[in-house]
Structure formats: structure tokens, C-alpha cells
Design a protein around this ligand. Structure first.
Ligand SMILES: [Zn+2]
Length: 166
């Protein structure tokens, strides 16, 4: 596991514990180079994640749809493929914590809150496209909340990390 602080690939596990009713193992790791600590979560990759659309139809979660959507929203913006991949992985992590079923509007919101931190223009573009293909009232409401929280905050371009340093 690459250290999120210095990029070194060697670490040692200092603590492991079961969380989320034993479905997930949380590991505290210490970088052997810089000695800083970070946390990883380990879970079955095969655990199914279902998307419930506003019509009530269920379909398996597909991360490539997020990548495609974010890619088109970030055209000509200073966002590279690695950052998009990281964002999609982070979104999937967040959704799996809520799984095994998530509403499609939840996916859009999760992508938006990550994009907001990454690039303001891509965020607005994704929001306008997303609004058109899923016009749920809840989504509109939540979008309003997000936009309010964005006011006054400088949109700094920074990567979304899958591993959360603590
Ligand atoms: Zn390190």
C-alpha cells in the first residue's frame, strides 16, 4: 500500500479490527519511510452493490459509468485520468458503506461532492447533466444544499484519496 503522505510503498500494520458487523477489516498502517499513519479498509470485492433507479428498477453498480460521466464533465479541465479513477473508487467506497442497495440519486450526489473538491467547472457541468437525466426532487433539494455549502469556499483542485489519512 502506497503511503498517502510520502508515496513510499512499504508499511507495517499496527492495528487490525473488524468493523461494520465484521464485514470489513480496518487496518491502521505506519509508513516505514516517514512513520506517518493511515487507515485502510478491506472488504470482499465480490459483495454485490445494487443501484435502485427512480423507476424502482434495480441494476448492478457499474463504476465505468461514473468514469464516463466525470470524464465528459471534465473535458478541457486540469483533471487527469488517474484523478477520475481515484474519484470513482472513492465514490464506490462511500456507496458500499451504505450498500448493498443505493439509490441512483445518491450516486450523483456522491460524485458531485467529490467533484466539488476537485474542480468547480466540472462540478457545475456534471450537476447540469445529472439534473436532466434524473430529475428527482430529493436530488434538487440536496443539490441546493451542496451549492450553499460551496459558497465562500475556494474550489481548490486536490485529488480524492481512496485511503483516508487520519
Ligand atoms: Zn510515508
Amino acid at each position: 500500500m502506497r503511503c498517502p503522505w510520502c508515496g513510499n510503498g512499504n508499511d507495517k500494520v499496527v492495528d487490525s479490527r473488524l468493523v461494520e458487523d465484521g464485514d470489513v477489516i480496518r487496518r491502521r498502517r505506519e509508513c516505514l519511510a516517514c512513520k506517518r499513519r493511515y487507515t485502510t479498509y478491506e472488504r470482499l470485492a465480490e459483495a454485490p452493490l445494487w443501484v435502485v433507479k427512480s423507476s424502482g428498477v434495480r441494476e448492478p453498480f457499474d463504476r465505468t459509468k461514473i468514469i464516463t460521466g466525470v470524464k465528459s464533465a471534465s473535458k478541457n479541465r486540469p483533471i487527469n485520468d488517474d484523478q477520475i479513477e481515484e474519484l470513482a473508487l472513492a465514490v464506490e467506497e462511500t456507496l458500499r458503506e451504505r450498500g448493498p442497495e443505493v439509490e441512483s440519486s445518491r450516486i450523483g450526489m456522491t460524485v458531485l461532492s467529490s467533484l466539488q473538491r476537485l474542480d468547480g467547472v466540472a462540478y457545475i457541468r456534471f450537476a447540469s447533466v445529472y439534473k436532466n437525466f434524473d430529475g428527482a426532487n430529493d436530488f434538487q433539494k440536496e443539490l441546493g444544499i451542496l451549492e450553499k455549502s460551496a459558497t465562500g469556499r475556494a474550489s481548490k483542485a486536490r485529488g480524492v484519496k481512496r485511503v483516508k489519512p487520519q
